[in-house]
Design a binder for this molecule. Structure first.
Ligand SMILES: [Zn+2]
Length: 427
């Protein structure tokens, strides 16, 4: 008998439909969603009424730095506490020694770790540096992207430490060209950077440079805004003003935004209005999310707030397993709030709060990456799915559910937390 579908996942609980469904997959696409599909398939998976969700969206990684702090008995970045000036030197030494092939292999190792944990979409920042290692990391990461295409879709965000001068701008421009060379659907390239004030010491010239390069190549922006307090708040105001002036609505992401946990309510309210008016996104990463960040308020007021693991085991963060579900659990614990304010106290432990954390690692991420129309359990979207051994997002986060199957374009690429051997991309 001819199979009607390549695969069918039966008895799948979909949280977006709040229903138990059968999912029919043909040619890598979801082609049927029904209470019961009366047909046969070459491959059938019984989800046993457990959760089946779309692949996680990891909205912030630095896969060019993957495993930079490994290779010794203890993490080699952990001999002293975080010191940014020291980290810059260590990174530059590391990149000076590493070959393109080394960086490619470690990036692939990180992608494999993320995919085994259920991630099928990644946005990764990539360092470029006109004084030292040039485009080497961008070359490595574009090679890794091509190599790992059957595992995950990658968006790349080249970022120069200093962009305002001509050499920095040109290198950033070259990095965008390189990233676009074998661009395919869903694998965008964006302009990155960090801290126009704190790092670049010139907010206006830095933003002009970013938007110049982005407009020239018609790509979006995702920039680190890590400056705290009113300086960070002012930087975000300027970023959103540049967004408006350049007609960049819906194409700008501000990563981290630590200042949101420091500024006054009126400034926060003004910024939230500007973010929603410009359809601009925020990405927070569990390792660095400030416990007082107004995550709940941002979500409830309609800001697209996505999540990244930032898990690269590099000199900045030696921890983590590139596991978005782990990130969601840590966030729920970290964002406890203060018992004095009963509304917020342990709100991220409630089913509603855990539900929002789930959305941050799934649909909010898809919105930030601009891929909402190709994402989720809908007929016609790519069959990028995860079958869990728990019945809901809430239980999946609490119990750190087993990812029984990770399915990319209709193909099972990982089982029970391990990559299927034939889909391994590392050597
Ligand atoms: Zn970052």
């Amino acid at each position: 008998m001819m199979a009607d579908y390549d695969s069918i996942i039966r008895n799948a609980y979909s949280t977006e439909h709040d229903q138990i469904l059968d999912i029919g997959i043909t040619d890598g696409t979801i082609t049927a969603l029904d209470e019961e599909i009366d047909a046969a398939a070459d491959t059938e998976i019984d989800a046993e009424e457990n959760l089946v969700g779309p692949g996680f969206v990891d909205s912030h990684m630095h896969i060019d730095k993957s495993f930079a702090a490994c290779g010794e008995r203890r993490p080699k970045g952990n001999e002293s506490a975080f010191d940014f000036s020291d980290i810059k030197t260590r990174e530059e030494e590391y990149f000076a020694d590493a070959s393109v092939e080394d960086i490619t292999q470690r990036a692939l190792q990180n992608i494999e770790m993320a995919v085994a944990a259920g991630t099928t979409y990644i946005r990764s920042h990539v360092a470029v540096n006109h004084e030292t290692f040039g485009l080497q990391n961008m070359e490595a990461v574009t090679a890794a992207r091509a190599e790992a295409r059957q595992l995950a879709d990658l968006q790349l965000v080249p970022a120069a430490r200093h962009v305002p001068d001509a050499a920095g701008k040109e290198l950033l421009s070259d990095a965008i060209e390189l990233g676009k060379r074998d661009e395919s659907t869903g694998e965008a390239v964006l302009v990155g950077g960090s801290d126009p004030a704190g790092s670049n010491k010139d907010i206006e010239r830095t933003m002009e440079a970013w938007f110049d390069v982005a407009s020239e190549h018609d790509v979006g922006l995702d920039v680190h805004i890590q400056d705290g307090g009113t300086l960070g708040g002012y930087t975000l105001e300027r970023l959103l003003e540049y967004t408006r002036e350049n007609g960049y609505d819906g194409r700008v992401t501000a990563s981290h935004c630590f200042c949101l946990s420091h500024i006054s309510d009126w400034q926060l309210d003004e910024l939230i209005d500007a973010f929603t008016a410009m359809d601009a996104n925020i990405v927070t990463c569990y390792q660095s999310t400030r416990p007082s960040m107004p995550v709940r308020k941002l979500l409830e007021e309609g800001v697209t707030l996505a999540h990244g693991t930032d898990n690269d085991r590099d000199f900045v963060f030696p921890h983590g397993n590139a596991d978005s579900l782990e990130g969601a659990l840590v966030e729920s614990t970290k964002l406890h709030g203060d018992r004095t304010f009963a509304d917020d106290y342990r709100w991220f432990d409630t089913n509603e709060g855990l539900g929002w954390l789930w959305r941050m690692i799934t649909e909010q991420g898809a919105a930030a990456l601009g891929i909402s129309d190709q994402y989720g359990l809908q007929e016609g979207t790519p069959a990028d799915l995860v079958v869990f051994d728990e019945p809901s997002p809430q239980w999946a986060i609490i119990s750190q559910a087993t990812r029984r199957y990770v399915i990319k374009d209709g193909v099972v690429v990982a089982r029970d937390g391990e990559l299927v051997p034939e889909y391994k991309v590392t050597e």
